[in-house]
Ligand binder design. Structure first.
Ligand code: AMP
Ligand code: ZN
Ligand code: ZN
Length: 410
């Protein structure tokens, strides 16, 4: 297909006849929503990757973007896609238990393909309902039927697919005839998060990984140009959360407070969610009574309002939230991690107000303002902006119109 595009470009140069896609004056805006998992707010200025830096300089970038709590992958990708906070879309963590369904969700048990876990309306469903073609090169939620709709094109998640292959796949979808071409495409990169966990944030290894993602984005930009679509494609580049250093010296062992056999642990590590096996929430909470130097214990209903993490049955009745850079787990899990040499890299999941949890937001393209830097904002506002950009009526959501005015050209 690239050869055909190159031939058409040559044809324009020689004859002036332009048969490329962007010669169609009716062509509609296209959005590529790109996630660089775990790309902290300061990585782009620190490592200065050329493609991302140019997008930022020529478009709009946020000083930082505020994630939802918990600052984890699935809750935040789905908040970005729906404009809803986790307590309102139900994807409250990467791992969770639903007492009404009596079922467990985890990234590895196939539950991500089941509709019953996904409330709200992601952007690809909104777009599809209003007649647009949609495609997902990975995104949490994209493998499930939601409100009876799937992306027109999607792939099962497979972390072994290289960055370049992901980009080439997106380009192959964009090369479809206009009637068949997706107008909203997601593209997901996991490597920065993985390297950040393994080596810690801001390490040379993270810099190297960012160079690799940047090269893939360069391939994408070149491919879009070759397809003649540069006048239509808008790049919205985000991350889901930041990353902070952790240490085996900063551990809280659950066994020091309770017998782990007396609870079901819904999620663990940077924060831990507990359900008492005997159902006595108050007695469990009492075990954590008083102040602790490096974590806070909450009943679900007492979790601070600004974290918006109370109003869902999947949020366990007792949640322990550690101080930034501390982790909570059982003795057994810590021993397991030690055997594998884990625990001295990076982590996320903490309060989104912590600077280290800040994410990136960079937008560039024909519909985007040029050269603006905007103040930190919450990621729940992206959905509304995507709807404005694509001329869609948004579904009810927790965000508002503030970002459209700051990012989009009038
Ligand atoms: P986290 O534990 O919050 O850092 O999650 C990051 C990890 O989530 C990535 O390294 C992937 O392994 C995994 N992941 C990301 N997207 C998906 C997906 N769509 N389906 C399954 N796993 C995913
Ligand atoms: Zn993530
Ligand atoms: Zn991660």
């Amino acid at each position: 297909m690239n050869q055909i595009r190159q031939f058409l470009c040559l044809l324009v140069l020689i004859t002036g006849i332009d048969l490329r896609a962007d010669n169609n004056t009716n062509a509609k805006p296209i959005v590529i929503l790109i996630s660089i998992d775990g790309c902290r707010w300061d990585y782009v200025s620190k490592f200065a990757p050329p493609v991302l830096s140019t997008f930022a300089a020529h478009g709009v970038r946020a000083e930082s973007m505020l994630s939802c709590f918990p600052t984890k992958t699935f809750p935040n990708h789905y908040s970005i896609a729906t404009g809803l906070r986790p307590e309102n879309h139900g994807m409250i963590s990467n791992d969770m238990y639903d007492p009404a369904l009596d079922a467990v969700f985890s990234l590895r048990n196939g539950a991500a393909r089941e509709s019953r876990w996904w409330d709200g309306e992601p952007i690809w469903v909104t777009a599809s309902k209003q007649g647009l073609r949609t495609a997902c090169m990975f995104w949490p939620g994209s493998e499930a039927e939601i409100k009876g709709i799937r992306p027109d094109i999607w792939l099962p998640y497979d972390g072994r697919i290289t960055n370049s292959e992901r980009v080439q796949t997106v380009l192959s979808w964009l090369s479809h005839a206009e009637s068949d071409r997706p107008q909203i495409v997601t593209l997901y990169f996991d490597i920065i998060d993985t390297i950040g966990h393994n080596f810690g944030p801001s390490t040379p290894e993270v810099g190297q990984a960012l160079t690799e993602v940047d090269q893939a984005l360069g391939e994408l930009q070149t491919g879009v140009q070759t397809l003649g679509l540069e006048s239509w494609v808008n790049y919205i580049i985000i991350s889901d959360h930041g990353m902070t250093p952790i240490s085996t010296q900063r551990r809280i062992t659950l066994d020091d407070y309770i017998d782990p056999a007396t609870v079901q642990i819904d999620f663990r590590n940077e924060l831990i969610g507990l359900r008492p096996v005997d159902g006595d929430y108050e007695q469990l909470y009492a075990k954590f009574a008083g102040d602790h130097p490096h974590f806070k214990a909450y009943r679900r209903e007492d979790i601070p309002e600004d974290l918006h993490f109370s109003n869902h049955l999947r949020i366990p009745p007792v949640v322990l939230v550690p101080e930034l850079g501390w982790v909570i787990n059982t003795q057994v899990s810590f021993s397991y991690q030690d055997k594998r040499g884990w625990g001295n890299g990076g982590a996320h999941g903490y309060d989104p107000k912590e600077l280290d949890m800040g994410a990136i937001f960079i937008a560039a393209g024909p519909a985007i303002k040029k050269g603006a830097v905007i103040k930190p904002f919450e990621n729940i506002h992206i959905y509304d902006m995507l709807c404005t950009l694509l001329d869609l009526q948004p579904a009810p959501n927790d965000g508002d119109h503030r970002l459209s005015g700051q990012v989009l050209r009038p």
